[in-house]
Design a protein around this ligand. Structure first.
Ligand SMILES: Cc1cc2nc3c(=O)[nH]c(=O)nc-3n(C[C@H](O)[C@H](O)[C@H](O)COP(=O)(O)OP(=O)(O)OC[C@H]3O[C@@H](n4cnc5c(N)ncnc54)[C@H](O)[C@@H]3O)c2cc1C
Length: 416
């Protein structure tokens, strides 16, 4: 079924009786050519591009819970491509271009909104660093715009420009950045993949790998064994737990990240704002809630909930940036598990086990990467060669020292 304005009108006039389920609910087959573990954004996008671009017909996505129950439905919905390093920027710019055509590609309203993002500048040294980053972005074909203080004041007059500790001196804007409704991304990819024959199997937890003579030939699941020509792992915060079942120890730690939404307010924020002197980012959803977040909780955890010290820290950041936020009431908060890699950059690579492929280490930036990650992982699974925009995301870079350390923090996963 194609979605269209015409279809909406027709259904409205006929009592909404013609809508079909967005995807099937199949039982697992005994085997597939490719099995993807993890029905988050990355797993579902991989399945979509495998079917659509690489013509793979016998593909299954195994999800232990429900589609959209992981980080893809828990994030703060921000998309952007404002990275500096060569290993990263072309990848994220490719992703942003895929976002720009996503709704047409999937025939699904994911509410892609290029409302712009601004990273605020609070010191002269930070201005130099941000201008350098903007130049690197433009060299890679992305858009970047330096705004002086007066320009920021015109666009965001409510910010606390004269804050004694964190005065606002300008900003680096990316007008093509913005937000996308996160769970619609999972649903849109699921529906598109399903329509091309991909089996999306929910409530199916992978509990082990079948490895024979150094080759992965399938997976053990809560719904029985499933054979596979190739197995792709895309389970984000559960990466280390899953890969441990194949005997692998990853350069990844799992940490909690929280997000918050206020009560619905009249439109006040035109775009996404990030605080440059602390960890705080905020946008306004189409329902009116201020959606915001900050840093990870800072300790290893697999629990999808956080603790109060970070709530205080995030709220302090919001108050330092725009004191009016103190008048808004908090509606909800929640947590997700981040797969924090040692250099803050992801991994899309084969493993040392034949037929076993890994996608992870997204830290808290993996939502914006969803389309490119799916595309590059599908390319790797289908062709056994890395996609040209993801050649730097090798698993062995932690052994060879070819880090992609965007923040220059060193091997401190909780600081990236
Ligand atoms: C609070 C918060 C805010 C964030 N904000 C942003 C943001 O603004 N911008 C941005 O770019 N990124 C953001 N992120 C990060 C982003 O959401 C993640 O990096 C990204 O969604 C991870 O990829 P995914 O969608 O595939 O993960 P998930 O949706 O977590 O998918 C992984 C799936 O694997 C399943 N799974 C795990 N183990 C198994 C198993 N053994 N068998 C079967 N299935 C299994 C899980 O149930 C889960 O559904 C944020 C994350 C959080 C939590």
């Amino acid at each position: 079924m194609r979605y269209s304005g015409f279809r909406v009108i027709k259904e409205a006039l006929t009592g909404h009786k013609g809508w079909l389920p967005a995807w099937r609910d199949p039982d697992p087959q005994p085997d597939y050519d490719i099995v993807i573990i993890g029905g988050g954004g990355h797993g579902l996008a991989t399945a979509h591009y495998l079917a659509k671009v690489y013509g793979q017909a016998r593909v299954a996505v195994l999800e232990k819970g429900w589609i959209g129950g992981g980080n893809v439905g828990r994030n703060t919905t921000i998309i952007r491509s404002n990275y500096m390093l060569d290993g990263n920027e072309p990848f994220y710019e490719f992703s942003l271009k895929l976002w720009e055509g996503l709704e047409q590609d999937l025939n699904y309203n994911a509410m892609v909104s290029q409302r712009g993002i601004i990273n605020l500048i609070h010191s002269d040294a930070q201005r130099d660093a941000f201008i350098r980053r903007g130049n690197a972005m433009m060299l890679n074909g992305a858009d970047a715009e330096y705004l002086d203080e007066a320009a920021v004041r015109r666009e965001y007059p409510f910010l606390d420009f004269d804050n004694a500790r964190f005065p606002i001196k300008g900003g680096l804007a990316q007008r093509r950045g913005g937000t996308v409704r996160h769970d619609a991304v999972a649903w849109g990819y699921a529906r598109a993949a399903d329509s091309r024959g991909v089996d999306i199997i929910q409530n199916c937890e992978v509990t082990g790998f079948r490895i024979e003579d150094g080759r992965c030939t399938g997976v053990e699941t809560s719904r029985g064994c499933i054979g596979a020509g190739k197995v792709g792992c895309a389970v984000a915060g559960n990466s280390s737990r899953l890969m441990a079942m194949a005997g692998m120890r990853l350069p990844i730690e799992s940490h909690v990240l929280q997000a918050f939404v206020s009560e619905g307010l009249k439109p006040v924020l035109p775009g996404v704002i990030t605080f440059g002197a602390g960890h705080f980012y905020v946008s306004q959803s189409d329902k009116g809630g201020l959606v915001f977040g900050g840093d990870i909780d800072g300790y290893n955890s697999y629990a999808q909930r956080g603790n109060l010290p970070v709530v205080e820290d995030v709220c302090e950041g919001g108050m330092a940036l725009m004191p009016m936020i103190g008048r808004a009431r908090l509606l909800r908060m929640w947590g997700g598990i981040m797969d924090m890699s040692m250099d803050g950059s992801p991994i899309i690579d084969r493993t040392h086990i034949d037929g076993l492929y890994f996608n992870g280490g997204w830290c808290y930036g993996g939502f914006k990467a969803t389309p490119a990650s799916g595309y590059a992982f599908a390319h790797l699974l289908a062709t056994d060669t890395p996609h040209e925009i993801a050649t730097a995301y090798r698993l062995d870079r932690f052994r060879t020292g070819h880090m992609i350390d965007e923040k220059g923090m060193g091997n401190q996963p909780n600081l990236h």
